[in-house]
Structure formats: C-alpha cells, structure tokens
Design a binder for this molecule. Structure first.
Ligand code: PA5
Length: 442
C-alpha cells in the first residue's frame, strides 16, 4: 500500500539532509523517550493506539446526534476546533448546503463577532439543532460565550430535558467550568486527557466526534495515523517522511528562510493549512525564534500572492501539498470554434492541467529563489489525512526540539486575554484594569 511521500526536491541537497540526521535522531530520542521540555504533553504520540477503545462510543454518540439534528454546532476555538474543521472541509462535498446535506456541521465559538452569532441564532431558529461544546480548559471566553447563547436558545426551542439529549461536552476530566456544568446537567461527555495539548488533539474525541458527526470514517482516519506512527517509530530517521520534512525545513530556516508557505492546489485543503499554521506557529514561535507559517491556495492565490512569492523578499520556503489522484474525473471538451484557443487541452483531464500548473509553479519558484518541498498524498481520503496529521505533529515535535524550544506550551497566547479582561473589568483584574486605562489615557 502507498503512503504519504516527502520529497525535498531541489530545496536541500541529499548531503545536507544526511548531515543533519544526527540532530534529527537526537530530537527524536528526546521526543519518544519523553526527556525534553513539555514532556507532560506528549500523549498525542500514542493517540492512534490509545483512542481505539473510544471509537465505538464516539461513533454511537455521533449517530444519535445525526439522527436528532438537522444542524450540529461545534463550539470551540484553536486546537479545539481547527482539526475537525480541517478534516471535514477536506472530505465533505463542495456545495454541501445546496445538496441539503444532513446534518450540516456549523462552527461557533471561534470568534466574538456579534453579527456571526446573530445570524447563526437566526438560522438555528428554523432548525432542530444540537451542540458539541469543546474546551479543554473549560474557561475559554469565545466558546463559553457562544455556548451560553446557544444552550439557552436550544432550551427555549425544545425544553431543558430534550436539550440535554442534544448537548455533548468535550473537556477536562475534572477541572473547569464546562466539566462542572456538564456534571450538573448530566450531559454526555468525552475527556481531553491532560497530556494532550489542544493543537495535538485532533485524533482525540475533540476532532473525532465532529468528524464522525459529519458522516466521515474516523476509523480510517485513526488507521492512517497509526500507519504513520508505525513508520515514525520503526523506520530509520533518514527514511520516514516526518523526519525528512523536519530536517529539510530546519536546514532552510538556518539558511535564512524564515517563512514557510504551505501551498495546495485543491481548495478543500484550505483548512488543513489553517490547522497546520496553528500547529507549527503555536509550537515554534518562541523566544523570538521560529519559522512563520503561512499558507496559500493555488492556483487562486497565484493571481494575488504570486508576484510576491516569485519576486518579493527572499525569506520564503514553500511546501506543496500535492494530491496524486483526484476523487472525480472531468474531461475537458472539444469546441468547434476554439475561440478561447484551448482545444490543445481537449480530451485531457482537468487534473492534468492542475498538475502542470503545480509543477510549473514549483519550478518557477525554485528559479525565483523559493526552495520547494513536496508532500504527496496518494488520494484525498480519511486514511491519508490521518497519515498527514500524524506526520505533521511528529515533524513539529522534532522541529521544535531542533530549534531548542519547548514545542508543547503556548505562553504567548495569554497576553491578549489579560488585556481583554482588564479592559472588560473582569473581577480579579482590578490592578490590570487601572494600569491599562492609565496607559490608554497617555
Ligand atoms: O492549542 C491550544 O492549546 C489552543 O489553541 C487551545 O486549543 C485553544 O486556546 C482553546 O482552548 P480550550 O480548549 O481550553 O478552550
């Protein structure tokens, strides 16, 4: 069977890759032996095996929600939302709303936009809906706000007792406001283990329940992740794609390429990039170090960002997520008049044009001083996304340790929260409120 492949194309030489391997090996030892900083957050390493005993429960819960709801609202932010959104967007049909796909999966708690919440509430007024509320801490402002609004709306629409049958909470086993509420109300719950951080939680119930609710095959997703785990654990570092990728991007970073663009040629991959940006950005951006993760959707963005990539500051490296076989076939038709001059493409698959755009872009970017790496998925399905997810997580752990930072904490994300609470006069923030008001008056 095929697996995901990594190739450094012309970005780095084979010799450079080999030279870095002792460092990759050391980072791998630190990671799998749990001897590095952040070692209390490496539960994700064995999730593909550990989660197996919960798959049935997750599937059964999803089946109940699917039966009862026209719309399932997944409430969460950051690591408690992006993994599920990424997999669902990648695998569900485009234009789902027009196919009246049931149930529709909608997201909330990932912003504080009043208009977003208003329009969502309006929509839900006309539908039977359920809620999955996901928050590891159980105290994050954005999801807590959305949950309070939607829980109360659901209770008004169908009554408190029926609402209890349509609310599922995924949170800490013991701590946090969400756990307390779920226990009080008797909601169905799943646990986010202490040793799994938000951005590494997609293969836990955090990601798997919303993905199962979308009707996707979570067993295949986990099987793919387990396959990649086995490669990472059993192959030499020179051979497994996670280590190869971590090595190549580290070499490029050390040579001055401080921004990594994750590029796709399939719009369904957009949110995979969003998930990847959080994974690497929150893991590596520390102590004024780290590759800045950015993303582009091609060929769309070649018509907007293409100029900069080709010819702007030479700080970019690029990783192309390539899909070998599309899931459908469309043949380009012949036209008698040929006014658009495209008859040279007649009879070809649209993907052949896309693939040549991909190759042409990669060559042009290399010529322009943007080294390319390529990750090839044989097909876009649950299994290969499972492989990709695990590969990226593992590469992220290796890259972080090679960078000399703790890849599993995120101290920087507290700064905005402190200011926001101070500005909103949250009880307990009196000193911060006074200080920030004085600062604003200056
Ligand atoms: O990766 C992380 O830790 C963060 O992105 C969190 O997942 C995010 O802030 C949401 O936190 P919580 O699940 O506690 O609501």
């Amino acid at each position: 069977m095929k697996n995901i492949q990594f190739s450094a194309t012309s970005a780095v030489s084979h010799q450079d890759l080999l030279s870095l391997m002792p460092q990759v090996r050391a980072a791998q030892q630190t990671l799998v032996q749990g001897s590095g900083e952040g070692n209390d957050y490496i539960g994700w390493l064995t999730l593909p095996d550990d989660i197996q005993c919960q798959i049935q429960d997750i599937q059964a819960t999803a089946a109940l929600l699917r039966e009862r709801c026209e719309i399932i609202v997944c409430i969460g932010i950051g690591g408690s939302y992006l993994g599920a959104k990424a997999v669902n967007e990648a695998l569900l049909p485009f234009f789902g709303a027009y196919h009246q796909q049931q149930p529709a999966i909608i997201y909330a708690g990932q912003n504080i936009s009043e208009d977003y919440l208003y329009e969502l509430q309006q929509l839900l007024t006309h539908h039977s809906f359920g809620i999955i509320c996901i928050s590891k801490s159980g105290t994050t402002t954005e999801p807590a706000l959305a949950f309070r609004l939607l829980k109360s709306q659901l209770e008004q629409q169908i009554g408190e007792s029926a609402a209890r049958e349509r609310i599922v909470c995924i949170t800490d086993a013991q701590r946090g406001a969400l756990r307390t509420l779920a226990t009080q109300q008797g909601y169905k719950t799943f646990v986010i283990e202490d040793n799994v951080g938000g951005r590494f939680s997609v293969l836990s119930p955090v990601g798997l329940l919303p993905i199962a609710c979308a009707g996707l095959d979570i067993q295949a997703l986990v099987d793919g992740a387990r396959e990649m785990k086995n490669l990472c654990y059993n192959q030499n570092v020179e051979e497994h794609p996670a280590a190869q990728y971590a090595a190549a991007r580290t070499i490029l970073y050390r040579s001055g390429k401080t921004v990594e663009l994750l590029a796709n040629f399939h719009p369904k991959m957009h949110y995979i990039s969003e998930w990847w940006k959080q994974l690497f950005g929150e893991s590596e951006g520390k102590g004024h170090h780290g590759i800045f993760p950015a993303s582009v959707d091609f060929t769309t963005d070649l018509h907007s960002m293409g100029q900069y990539i080709q010819d702007g500051e030479r700080i970019l490296m690029e990783t192309v997520l390539s899909i070998e076989q599309p899931n459908h076939s469309v043949i380009f038709p012949h036209d008698e008049q040929n006014l658009d001059g495209l008859n040279f493409l007649s009879g070809k698959r649209v993907d052949e044009v896309n693939k040549m755009a991909e190759l042409g872009t990669m060559l042009a970017h290399v010529d322009g001083g943007v080294p390319n790496m390529k990750i090839t998925l044989p097909q876009l399905n649950e299994f290969y996304l499972g492989e990709l997810i695990y590969m990226m997580e593992y590469a992220c752990g290796l890259s972080g340790y090679m960078l000399g930072i703790n890849p599993f904490n995120q101290p920087g994300v507290e700064a905005y929260k402190r200011n926001m609470f101070a500005l909103l006069n949250k009880p307990g923030y009196e000193a911060e409120s006074a200080a920030i008001q004085a600062r604003l008056k200056k």
